[in-house]
Design a protein around this ligand. Structure first.
Ligand SMILES: Nc1ncnc2c1ncn2[C@@H]1O[C@H](COP(=O)(O)OP(=O)(O)OP(=O)(O)O)[C@@H](O)[C@H]1O
Ligand SMILES: [Mg+2]
Length: 302
């Protein structure tokens, strides 16, 4: 699936601080906090997730091994993932990048797009399918804990519902899992994409919370429901809650008000974070005339 020479030449030419903006010929399919999803002209059938996080090739290969372990176990738990492959690309004087190549899925079949097209009952069925898939992960965790425990980010934009009825999960680039209760992902990798002047604050205030939220069914379902607000479908929150609440113990059921409050505070945090990243990019590229390795989204309507 990966043409290494083409990928290497892409990485060599890439100017991440300009990618996706007017005048750049690089096509961005999606923006993550730490990964950016690119389309390369050489292979239209593949989505390339770039993670420019590593100081050595060995570190990147280690991450790739964790990635394979994680995706293998997600599949074992009962998720369907697109076919994938990894490659480490190292260009002198820059961070080592890991690319995760994934079979490219049609943009119109992503669930955050589908919820704008389907009628309410079909959206409900979609939420049911997603919630069921997530529950496979919780079931796997309760069978295998404390030896193995998988984290998952259940957001609506991480699921693809194909016309043939298959539901695929794409957001696999952050392999978070615990072995014997110990988190295996180095949290400092999360911080690599944050401005240096913010890292101490993030370490202090957010890191533990972010690292644990994806293991907790209630938080993951909360994220899924709150995500509907971000996608402009607040009207579907109640519908989604009536679905996910069936998967939660009675004492843990989610309410619409709580979801909206959670969404509002999340929005403030992420918008502020993005603003500081833009500032950091400006200082690095304009003031110091250096490279900035991450691709930031343009204005996001929330
Ligand atoms: N295989 C794929 N085919 C086509 N588009 C994709 C594919 N994978 C991701 N995308 C697009 O990129 C977006 C973000 O991808 P993904 O969920 O993998 O990363 P993320 O959530 O941004 O990652 P991060 O964990 O770094 O925050 C998706 O919502 C989708 O629009
Ligand atoms: Mg995602």
């Amino acid at each position: 699936m990966i043409d290494l020479a083409a990928l290497r030449s892409f990485e060599e030419r890439l100017e991440p601080w300009r990618a996706g903006r007017a005048g750049s010929d690089v096509r961005v399919l999606g923006y993550g906090e730490i990964s950016t999803v690119f389309a390369l002209g050489t292979d239209a059938g593949v989505a390339f997730k770039r993670m420019p996080l590593f100081s050595t090739q060995e570190q990147a290969s280690e991450y790739a091994r964790s990635y394979r372990w994680y995706t293998g176990h997600l599949r074992e738990a009962g998720l369907e993932l697109p076919e994938d492959e990894t490659a480490v690309v190292s260009v002198a004087g820059r961070p080592v990048a890991l690319y995760i190549a994934q079979r490219r899925m049609p943009a119109e079949r992503f669930c955050h797009t589908l919820i704008h097209q389907l009628e309410a009952p079909a959206c409900r069925r979609l939420f049911e399918r997603i919630a069921e898939r997530l529950s496979c992960v919780w079931a796997f965790n309760s069978r295998r804990r404390p030896g193995v425990e998988l984290a998952i980010d259940g957001q609506i934009s991480n699921w693809v519902y194909l016309e043939d009825g298959r539901l695929l999960f794409v957001d696999t680039s952050t392999p978070m899992f615990r072995l014997d209760g110990v988190e295996q992902l180095d949290p400092e990798l999360f911080l690599a994409s944050a401005p240096g002047f913010l890292r101490w604050l993030l370490r202090l205030a957010f890191l533990d919370e972010v690292m644990s939220r994806y293991y907790e069914p209630r938080r993951v379902y909360m994220d899924l429901a709150a995500n509907l607000c971000k996608e402009g479908r607040q009207d579907l929150v109640e519908e989604a809650l009536s679905v996910v609440n069936r998967f939660l113990p009675s004492g843990q059921r989610l309410g619409a008000h709580e979801v909206r409050t959670y969404y509002s505070s999340d929005k403030v945090i992420w918008s502020a974070f993005l603003a500081t990243r833009r500032l950091d990019r400006w200082v690095k590229t304009r003031v110091f005339r250096r490279r900035y390795e991450f691709v930031l989204p343009g204005r996001i309507t929330r």
